[in-house]
Design a protein around this ligand. Structure first.
Ligand SMILES: Nc1nc2c(ncn2[C@@H]2O[C@H](COP(=O)(O)OP(=O)(O)OP(=O)(O)O)[C@@H](O)[C@H]2O)c(=O)[nH]1
Ligand SMILES: [Mg+2]
Length: 304
């Protein structure tokens, strides 16, 4: 079992109280599993930010399987619910393999403050521990502080950094970074982008430009386009996934700050709604507080 499991378990404490705690209450001591019971479970799911559609789907699946298996005890109902959650969350959560002789490029997008820069630091650390050569690209050129913050994470994790002058073209920085990574034999490039622009530039247009520049420097890149979502923003995350998905197409999500929310059900809502897998989850601000997402581990941590 990974060390991360304990952190995940601790991080999910609020969600566990809210979701599993309430469902246990609803189910315990009920003489029969009637329609009303499943409706109550659905309400708890909605309250945990699973989203209305996902809550309805989960309820239906739960009821069907409970009937099939003639479940009657609360422990059985919870076990089936857990199974169904894993099924919704399952999918292609694999992170791209390192391709020998050519860098894998990750592009990070998301609105301001969701945890892009921090997540790059942590993922960089992860990759460095696997012995990969990692290059960060500071494409949030709109704030000098953004570059400095990424520089600190580069030092902490042992990654190198390419940046441009404040106010320089982020797409040009991305192009240079990816070209440099190819020339110098890096395994992975992690591209940081701005979450908010203090200029007349349009965030989505800038992001599209970066996306195209990366593809020009390295055909086929970015191999991973990750939307970083703050789990505490709840249903607004759905709107963000929609907007960013339209602009650049997403291959995965990084869900941060699960430690600060009782609404961890958002993981289910997003997975079910967009079909975009959660690939990483963050449960704190430290170097080791982010890990690859494992649906079974997540469900186990939630229900334990
Ligand atoms: N508790 C907790 N805090 C987190 C997590 N991930 C990031 N943070 C914090 O969230 C804040 C914002 O993180 P950043 O990485 O600067 O966010 P950003 O998306 O790069 O923000 P902009 O560059 O302004 O767009 C920081 O204080 C982080 O320490 C997490 O998983 N848990
Ligand atoms: Mg940032």
């Amino acid at each position: 079992m990974r060390n991360f499991f304990r952190k995940l378990k601790d991080g999910l404490a609020k969600t566990r109280t809210q979701l599993v705690g309430q469902i246990t209450e609803v189910v315990t001591g009920r003489p029969q599993l009637d329609r009303e019971l499943f409706d109550e479970i659905e309400e708890v799911l909605i309250g945990s930010d699973c989203g209305v559609e996902t809550a309805a789907l989960l309820k239906e699946r739960l009821r069907t399987v409970c009937v099939e298996r003639k479940a009657s005890r609360s422990a059985e109902v919870l076990e089936i619910l857990k199974e169904q959650m894993v099924e919704i969350l399952a999918g292609d959560t694999a992170v791209p393999a390192v391709m020998p002789g050519t860098p894998v490029v990750y592009l990070f997008a998301g609105v301001n403050g969701t945890g892009k820069t921090t997540s790059i630091g942590k993922i960089g650390h992860h990759l460095r521990q696997e012995g990969k050569r990692v290059l960060f690209a500071a494409c949030d050129t709109f704030r000098a502080a953004a570059r400095e913050q990424l520089q600190i994470w580069a030092e902490r994790s042992g990654a190198d950094l390419v940046s441009g002058a404040e106010g320089s073209d982020p797409a040009a920085v991305a192009f240079d970074a990816v070209s440099a990574a190819k020339a110098r034999g890096y395994d992975v490039v992690l591209i940081d982008t701005a979450g908010r622009l203090h200029t007349r530039h349009n965030l989505m247009e800038e992001l599209k430009k970066i996306f195209r520049a990366v593809g020009k420097a390295h055909p086929g890149a970015p191999h991973e386009t990750l939307l970083v979502l703050d789990a505490t923003t709840g249903q607004n995350g759905i709107a963000q996934a929609e907007t960013f998905g339209k602009a650049v197409g997403l291959t995965g999500l990084v869900l941060t700050k699960l430690d600060g929310t009782a609404k961890g059900g958002i993981v289910l809502g997003i997975r079910q709604r967009f079909g975009v897998p959660v690939k990483w989850v963050g449960v704190g601000e430290g170097l080791d507080d982010l890990e690859t997402f494992d649906p079974a581990e997540f469900a186990a941590a939630l229900f334990e």
